[in-house]
Design a protein around this ligand. Structure first.
Ligand SMILES: [Fe+2]
Ligand SMILES: [Fe+2]
Length: 192
């Protein structure tokens, strides 16, 4: 086996081990990573980013928490593979900066296509408040691929797209798990 192939196999194994360890989901880990913080400090400190904490993304996870998780997972994967981890960290934090409650938006505004439209809303909001590179703009705009037709231009964009789906499934899974647990507790207490 060539040295490069061997290295890739080891990296893949490391990555699988790291992703299956749920501790990264606790975003406090990312706040202790000084290298990560130095890439995104201005975004984390901004009031527009912090305002995402009022909106629920999935289950009990707010949009802010979801974006931190997606950002840190994308950052770690890109760092492991020698990709642009700074772009991953920044685009990850901003990819869902749509700033509304998507659960009620259809009723309130008649927009039934949040899944298709929110990447552009997030990109426009991000552009208004922060300086973005072309790569970061593209990553935000294409993160819902293949729901939106055009795929990301960069490898970092694909990492962000996968990290977003992974985190979303984990967040929904936690909600389902929580629901099942509550049901079991009710049954055990004779309150089915
Ligand atoms: Fe999204
Ligand atoms: Fe997302």
């Amino acid at each position: 086996m060539g040295q490069n192939k061997f290295r890739t196999k080891i990296m893949k194994r490391q990555l699988q081990r790291w992703v299956s360890d749920a501790s990264w989901m606790v975003h406090r880990n990312s706040f202790q990573d000084q290298e990560y913080i130095s890439c995104v400090e201005d975004i984390l400190d901004s009031s527009v980013f912090q305002s995402m904490n009022q909106y629920i993304q999935h289950g009990h996870t707010t949009c802010l928490e979801h974006c931190v998780q997606v950002s840190y997972l994308s950052y770690r994967i890109c760092r492991l593979y020698g990709l642009d981890s700074r772009a991953a960290a920044r685009a990850g934090l901003l990819h869902d900066l749509f700033l509304y409650d998507w659960h009620t938006v259809a009723k309130e505004t008649g927009n039934h296509f949040h899944g298709f439209t929110h990447p552009r809303v997030a990109m426009n909001n991000a552009q208004e408040h922060f300086t973005l590179t072309d790569k970061e703009r593209d990553m935000i705009l294409k993160h819902m691929w293949p729901l939106t037709v055009i795929p990301p231009k960069s490898r970092e964009g694909f990492v962000l797209m996968y990290a977003d789906k992974y985190c979303s499934i984990a967040e929904v899974g936690k909600r389902v798990q929580g629901g099942v647990q509550r049901r079991v507790i009710r049954l055990a207490a004779g309150r089915s």
